[in-house]
Write a protein that binds this ligand. Structure first.
Ligand SMILES: [Zn+2]
Length: 466
């Protein structure tokens, strides 16, 4: 699919020049001053110096002076609906926070979810995210087409998107955390998940929408749903996602209920494998990390959320050393109110340096790799996105690094990772502009700000009246 074609049918070209480039390819190739040529929805060529001369069908030339170009950021864990429950239960640990918020979350409807998706997607896209994901697992009866609303919002924004169709069937009466009225039945959850995959999942190279099977977590999902969910995903050929090893309380819960730690429980239910990625993985021992490495199971590292909920520090340096694929996630914005991924590059680096490996834990380039190529790996799309290489999809970001926040920082990659969140001058997704000069191109930001505020207030009112 060409991003835009000329009347003759040849792919239109966008030429970006005079910029620093961090390709995040296998060799971490960088150019102090280089070019990128985009043709249609793919990268045609990239290199040092000026773009090749004599290119035809050039519809746009971008002077990238004062900018760093990187692959677009890839978010690997989020819960969009939480955009309208930000700033609540601000001083809680995970379990107390969940118990405080489930009654509110269980009252969401389609209009609320659409608005929350717009807010979540907009904030991420403004900050350089080109591939977003939403792990949505709250489907109250009669709440409308929530998956359709979320996918529609991503299409409207113009970002590449994975919907992890979540589910919960273990409520309070079965020893779980969610209230009884907030969960689906085992059969209902599986049928709706299959329907969502069949309706929306695109397996093609340039897919803008993919769907994964994503029961919520061991403490809100039955063992049967974990097992049958894994079987369903493999029958349909899609990926598997869930939360794992987030807190010490979860570890205790798994031991009490299943007689196993979280990783052994996941192994027993078919949830380790190269088609699986898991959010958090904070409380992992050496043999857990070895099991993830051996099976190719991926991790969505969410440093701000883990800090907000006092969950702990994931052992990212040890995971990387063992060969575990690791990407970054913002997590839901009820536990990370900023909802930005570019700040997670910095937080991943800083928080991991507070762990066992100290200043050797992560460097700026490793942090950038987590947020780009690592994310593509855990979403199963490393051959398509996550690095800037000829033939890959044209998802890229021009970060402005000659402004007051960054002009005196010695190195471009250090500037965007250690420095303040850098402004996005231009981002392309599938060869199409999505952000220009910090503003979203396809939606009205001010309208989104209003509708998300109104829907947050409506949800609070409905919850208070119940
Ligand atoms: Zn989460």
């Amino acid at each position: 699919m060409a991003a835009s074609a000329t009347p003759e049918g040849a792919a239109a070209r966008i030429v970006i020049e005079n910029c620093a480039i961090a390709t995040v390819d296998a060799n971490d190739t960088e150019y102090a001053s280089g070019y990128v040529v985009v043709a249609g929805n793919t990268i045609e060529s990239i290199g040092a110096g000026k773009a090749p001369e004599g290119l035809e069908n050039v519809v746009r030339r971008v002077d990238g002076t004062g900018h760093l170009v990187t692959p677009g950021l890839v978010n690997t864990h989020h819960h969009f609906y939480q955009w309208i429950t930000r700033g609540l239960a601000t001083d809680h640990n995970l379990f107390n926070w969940l118990v405080a918020l489930y009654p509110t979350w269980a009252r969401i409807d389609e209009d609320m979810v659409r608005a929350a998706a717009q807010g979540s997607l907009g904030m991420m896209a403004r900050g350089g995210v080109t591939t977003a994901m939403d792990h949505h697992y709250v489907y109250p009866k009669g709440s409308g087409d929530l998956s359709g609303a979320i996918i529609g919002a991503a299409r409207e924004m113009g970002v590449r998107f994975t919907l992890a169709r979540g589910s919960m069937d273990r409520s309070e009466k079965d020893g779980g955390l969610p209230p009884d009225f907030a969960v689906e039945t085992l059969e209902g959850a599986l049928a709706a998940t299959e329907e969502t995959v069949k309706k929306h999942h695109d397996a093609s190279f340039g897919a803008m929408t993919q769907v994964a099977v994503a029961p919520c977590s061991p403490f809100s999902v039955s063992t049967e749903l974990m097992k049958q969910g894994a079987e369903l995903a493999r029958r349909l050929g899609v990926r598997l996602h869930t939360h794992g090893s987030e807190t010490v309380e979860e570890e205790k819960f798994c031991h009490e209920l299943f007689g196993l730690g979280p990783t052994d429980y996941f192994a027993s239910t078919g949830w380790l494998g190269e088609d699986v990625w898991m959010a958090h993985c904070v409380h992992m021992n050496d043999s857990d990390i070895e099991a993830f490495a051996r099976t190719g199971t991926g991790v969505a590292h969410c440093p701000s959320s883990n800090a907000r909920l006092a969950a702990g520090i994931a052992r990212v340096p040890d995971m990387l050393a063992a060969g575990v694929p690791v990407g970054l996630g913002v997590d839901g914005t009820a536990s990370n109110e900023s909802g930005e991924l570019h700040t997670e590059l910095r937080n991943a680096l800083l928080i991991n340096r507070l762990g066992a490996h100290k200043e050797a834990a992560l460097n700026a380039r490793q942090a950038l790799r987590l947020g780009t190529y690592g994310g593509a790996q855990v979403l199963g799309r490393a051959s398509q996105i996550g690095s800037l290489e000829a033939g890959k999809l044209a998802d890229l970001v021009l970060w402005k690094i000659d402004g007051i926040g960054h002009s005196s920082i010695a190195d471009p990659v250090t500037a965007i990772v250690f420095g303040a969140a850098a402004p996005v001058t231009l981002s392309l997704v599938n060869g199409e502009p999505v952000v220009e000069n910090g503003r979203l191109l396809h939606v009205d930001e001010d309208a989104i700000a209003r509708v998300t505020r109104d829907e947050a207030q409506r949800l609070a009112r409905i919850t208070a009246e119940s």
